[in-house]
Design a binder for this molecule. Structure first.
Ligand SMILES: *Cc1c(COP(=O)(O)O)cnc(C)c1O
Length: 443
């Protein structure tokens, strides 16, 4: 039955149909249980979403209480109580200046909204020549056409090129593969950006960036100071800054938002994934008062933002998001992430000596371990070998779920993971990497 009808995302169905399928039945804390009753640590937060674990009484209660009132009612021209309260809460915790909140239902739709807002912002201000966007090499912003247009991962995005609008691409500071190290990588990025802005700023609406950590490209961590310098260049040349915090938001990096790590206040910010604690599909695009004001006019002036989704501001989703943010505050989770991140760093330190571990990258509870064929030359494994997939399969056998990014093994545990759980998970991670790269383990 499982293989008859379901078409899985980012999955070659021929492989899937040839494999022993994993079917999850329930979750408890940071454990997931399959239909055979086997237990697994959720070592990737169910694709980077989960904050407090699964089946959390406080979050369940927030949903059932709201369900007893109303499951859904639209935000088109009217409001609902949880959406109002969540917008106020987001404005309170967001970087300075982001006071307006536009809801949608996934990270990709939140990105579409940010792009369209930036575009129309300049149009409404009489600067209709500012129509293009800057993105960064290997960026990932979701899978809808606008988000793919500012995406730059060849394997996912190249095939769709004829359907997309073009974007300028500047390098993300990739320290591991840059001959100049962190300083050189940062200089290459800033020099490319400066040159582009000097010559083309009049045509450019906005730059979109995954702040501090570029996720889907392999958990690439920016050298300190880079984000704030990108932000000042945008400011100087009159280009809006869009921070895509879909992966990094809500404590994941050790600050509430990655932008907070360098006191950056973007013009637009997109959040999703962890917003509801990973429970329900809610995303939001936050804007400054200045962006909002460019749309605020008499109807006849045609400045309205004509965009929306059926489930925009869904009350169940907003209610659980509020409960999740309340729990984060009560439990001091953002501070907790910093202590847990130190523990993970200590546990993973020995991996740097493994013969096929090229680079261990970490920011908060976001970890990427890049495996290489040759440690001295950084020569990668052939993609056909699917070394990351093998390590994930071995980890699953040892009782932990994760999903690789090419040759990068990913470890993104729920923020609520205890020290004991983090210890057990990092042990599995280390064993799986050893078994595959040194022990010849094959599925
Ligand atoms: C996951 C992700 C998205 C897309 O979010 P969806 O909810 O999957 O549409 C966008 N940007 C970043 C940085 C992400 O990690």
């Amino acid at each position: 039955m499982n293989k008859a009808h379901l078409w899985h995302p980012f999955t070659q169905m021929k492989d899937y149909n040839g494999s022993d399928p994993l079917i999850i039945e329930r979750g408890e804390g940071i454990m997931l249980y399959d239909v055979q009753g086997r237990a697994y640590y959720d070592g990737f937060s169910s694709v980077w979403l989960n904050v407090h674990g699964h089946n959390v009484p406080e979050l369940n209660r927030a949903i059932t209480e709201q369900l007893g009132r109303v499951a859904h009612s639209t935000l088109l021209g009217m409001a609902n109580v949880p959406a109002i309260e969540l917008a106020a809460k987001l404005a309170e915790i967001a970087p300075q200046g982001l006071t307006k909140v536009f809801f949608s239902d996934s990270g990709a739709t939140g990105v579409e909204i940010a792009l369209k807002m930036a575009f129309q912002y300049w149009h409404n201000r009489g600067r209709s020549g500012k129509t293009s966007f800057i993105t960064m090499k290997d960026a990932y912003h979701g899978d809808t056409i606008g988000a793919v247009s500012v995406g730059a991962i060849p394997l996912y995005h190249e095939i769709f090129r004829p359907m997309l609008f073009p974007a300028h691409i500047v390098p993300y500071p990739l320290t591991y593969r840059h001959p100049g190290g962190p300083a050189g990588a940062m200089e290459s990025t800033l020099a490319a950006l400066r040159t582009l802005l000097e010559t083309r700023a009049d045509e450019i609406a906005a730059l979109i960036v995954e702040p501090i950590v570029q996720g889907a490209s392999g958990i690439i961590v920016m050298p300190p100071g880079c984000l704030s310098r990108i932000a000042s260049l945008c400011r100087k040349y009159g280009v809006l800054l869009i921070a895509d915090e879909v992966a990094t938001g809500f404590g994941r990096t050790g600050a509430m938002f990655a932008c907070d790590l360098e006191s950056v206040s973007p013009d637009l910010m997109v959040v999703g994934k962890g917003l509801t604690g990973g429970y329900l599909p809610v995303a939001a695009t936050l804007a400054t008062g200045e962006v909002f004001d460019a749309f605020y006019a008499d109807y006849e002036e045609r400045r309205t933002f004509f965009h929306g989704h059926s489930f925009t501001g869904n009350p169940l989703g907003c209610a659980v998001a509020l409960a999740s943010l309340r729990l984060m505050e009560e439990r001091g989770m953002v501070e907790g992430v910093r202590a847990k991140a130190d523990l993970v760093a200590r546990k993973l330190a020995p991996l740097a000596e493994y013969p096929h571990v090229g680079d261990v990258r970490q920011q908060g509870l976001m970890v990427g371990i890049e495996l290489v064929r040759d440690k001295a030359t950084h020569e990668p494994y052939d993609w056909e070998q699917r070394i990351g997939v093998l390590v994930s399969l071995r980890a699953r056998e040892l009782g932990m779920l994760t999903r690789p990014l090419g040759n990068v093994v990913v470890f993104i545990p729920p923020l609520a993971s205890t020290e004991a759980e983090l210890g057990a998970m990092t042990d599995i991670l280390a064993a799986a990497i050893r078994d595959v790269t040194e022990g010849g383990w094959r599925s």
